[in-house]
Design a protein around this ligand. Sequence first.
Ligand SMILES: [Zn+2]
Length: 126
Amino acid sequence: MICKICGNKFFIKRGFKELLKTNHEQNICNKCLDKYGISLSFQKIVLENYDVMIVSMFKRKEKIDYNLFYDEYSKIFISLMMKKGYHVILEDHLYLDDYKIEEIDGISKMLESNLIILCLTVSDYS
Ligand SMILES: [Zn+2]
């Protein structure tokens, strides 16, 4: 197979049981998975009336096609949706400054709810 990030050919070792599976497909080689793979991090911020939990999927912003991780993204999204008492908001690359936190605070007041923000990466001014 050809890795969709680095373009190199790679092979997946399969055991006898996996040989019979037809839907086993991997788009990214192990080297790229180690370098760019998902690294979930959680950060909780206390707002004026509610809390926001920021869930970021990657350590830093890279020049890769994040759509390659769509399956993992949707699984994480669905698991966050199950959390009671929270509204889930999706962001691309979240830059947390005072204005953004104020905006998030406003959204939590408008929705009268705690928030979870699922984003690809998060960076702040510190
Ligand atoms: Zn690769």
